[in-house]
Design a protein around this ligand. Structure first.
Ligand SMILES: [Zn+2]
Length: 97
């Protein structure tokens, strides 16, 4: 019986390996964008990364979020490149529904 293929931790073309918040800050970024796991919803919010310690990965916090728009559990946390070189901003981005 053939062994099943190991689950890849880096599915190609799916979601990138998530960095730690320490690495995020090393890149000069100070915030993250939290997207609803449901792409059809598209709800997102930009927050400061200050609340999370350096050793945590962006992917570590994803499942903690529940979308305030559609109730979907889980999220996609990505570096907020718009914060590059800027001190921690507190911005809220919210698409009109
Ligand atoms: Zn949603």
């Amino acid at each position: 019986m053939p062994r099943p293929a190991r689950h890849s931790t880096t599915p190609a073309g799916c979601r990138p390996v998530k960095i730690t918040f320490g690495e995020l800050r090393e890149m000069g970024l100070s915030g993250v964008v939290i997207w609803c796991a449901d792409y059809r919803c598209g709800h997102w919010v930009a927050v400061s990364a200050d609340a999370w310690p350096d050793h945590m990965r962006l992917s570590d916090i994803e499942e903690r979020f529940v979308c305030s728009a559609c109730g979907m559990r889980g999220a996609d946390v990505r570096p907020d490149w718009s914060t590059e070189g800027r001190p921690a901003p507190w911005r809220l981005g919210d698409r009109a529904t």
